[in-house]
Design a binder for this molecule. Structure first.
Ligand code: PMP
Length: 417
């Protein structure tokens, strides 16, 4: 999620800042007078540091005594014994990797089983598993848009959807952005450029603030206009809807409007494994198998990840109350943070976002939380628009009362002064 881009324009501006600030006469030449091909990187890194935008990976330590409020293991399934057991068995049976593209050697019966069960869970005709949610989004959008298509996209879509639309644009599609979660604005954008192939593209649950798009209205607009609706339900599967059946179920989209809808999901959040999937009508899925470049030219998802996701899906089906518990925990967290006087969004899903005064303040606040034993997410531009840096806390179904209280104490007592 650290690469989530809330605004396409923001990302472009931010990357220009870094790149343009780089080259200098001194750093552009090596000692022997030869050009230094990466000399400009030093200036770019300096510019990011000055803007408070340095980023580092930070390895997790197994069993470390940190309460994790930054990950996406929403249902607490990544370490569930049935999930890890199924993953380990599949690795022993099939190997650590899938050995090739699904169209060559990378397919197993497990992949088909997961696809059938995911489709049944979502109530779609078919599903197709990809190696990540990112790859699923790229594959879905580029295979369904093409030269002459018109893509109408929510301004705050996830970075993977933005990259997908950039690729579609390079292939000759027209791209329009509409105001966040505004179905009327999507309708106006559709009308502005008539095209034979029109596709509205949106997250269902937005990953930074955890707010929802107005799915019933968006689906109605698309059905009336004869436009396809492409949705990213990465933060919806396992979280929203009865039993965590995702955004389509939560929004109670009528069957008549479902024929034009295609959804992506990730297996790496609520299902605790790794990978992604596209769900939709059979003919769409067949088209993706034969044309989606991130399906054809990518190594198939590792069998261990497939088996882990399948086991997690079965746990979720058997224990549908996990999703409701997760949403209740998110509400309790948000209410508690609000009572502390912090700037919090009321959560519609599992994400609880807390405003910070500046990028530097957000980084320092997250560090103080970590030092006090609670890991929280920290979002700064270009992941969010300028002026909207924040901490992001992700609720989990397995958090108890004592842990929720500890989170509130730590986030409250370490707040910027
Ligand atoms: N879409 C959204 C909204 C996401 O938050 C993410 C994960 N950051 C993805 C897609 C990508 O999914 P994955 O991590 O499985 O590639």
């Amino acid at each position: 999620d650290a690469s989530t881009a809330s605004k396409a324009s923001n990302v472009v501006e931010a990357s220009n800042v870094s790149a343009d600030a780089g080259p200098t006469a001194a750093s552009g030449r090596g000692g022997a007078g030869r050009a230094d091909p990466f000399g400009w990187l030093d200036g770019a890194a300096r510019a990011r540091a000055e803007a408070g935008l340095t980023r580092r990976t930070r390895p997790r330590v197994p069993d470390e005594d940190l309460l994790d409020m930054a990950g996406n293991d929403y249902l607490g399934l990544t370490r569930h014994p049935e999930v890890t057991g199924a993953a380990a068995d599949a690795a022993r049976r099939w190997g650590a990797g899938s050995t090739g593209s699904r169209l060559v050697t990378g397919d197993t019966a497990l992949h088909g089983e997961l696809e059938a069960e995911l489709a049944a869970f979502y109530g779609t005709e078919a599903a197709l598993v990809f190696s990540s949610g990112y790859a699923a989004n790229l594959g879905m959008v580029t295979a369904l848009a093409g030269a002459g298509a018109h893509l109408v996209c929510d301004r705050y879509n996830h970075a993977s959807l933005i990259d997908a639309t950039r690729l579609a644009k390079a292939a000759g599609a027209r791209v329009s952005l509409f105001d966040h979660a505004d179905a009327g604005a999507a309708l106006a954008a559709l009308g502005a450029h008539p095209a034979e192939r029109r596709l509205v593209v949106s997250d269902t649950v937005f990953s930074v603030d955890g707010d929802l798009t107005d799915l019933p209205a968006l689906a109605r607009v698309c059905a009336e206009e004869g436009a396809a609706l492409l949705l990213d339900d990465a933060h919806g599967l396992g979280v929203v809807g009865d039993g965590g059946r995702g955004a389509l179920g939560a929004a109670r989209i009528p069957a008549a409007e479902r024929g034009g809808i295609v959804v992506t999901a990730t297996l790496s959040k609520a299902l605790g494994a790794q990978g992604g999937a596209v769900l939709g009508p059979q003919r769409v899925i067949r088209h993706l198998v034969e044309t989606a470049r991130t399906f054809i030219f990518d190594t198939g998802l590792a069998p261990a990840a497939v088996a882990g996701a399948l086991a997690a899906l079965r746990v979720l089906r058997a224990e549908p109350e996990r999703a409701a518990r997760l949403r209740e925990t998110a509400r309790r967290l948000a209410a508690g943070l609000g009572e502390l006087g912090l700037d919090v969004h009321a959560p519609d899903a599992a994400v609880v976002s807390v405003g910070a005064p500046s990028p530097d303040a957000a980084v320092a606040w997250a560090r103080r939380c970590r030092e006090a034993g609670v890991r929280v997410g920290c979002f700064r531009p270009p992941s969010v628009p300028d002026g909207r840096s924040r901490l992001r806390l992700t609720a989990r179904a397995d958090l108890d009362e004592v842990e929720v209280k500890r989170v509130l104490d730590v986030v409250g007592s370490t707040r910027p002064t």
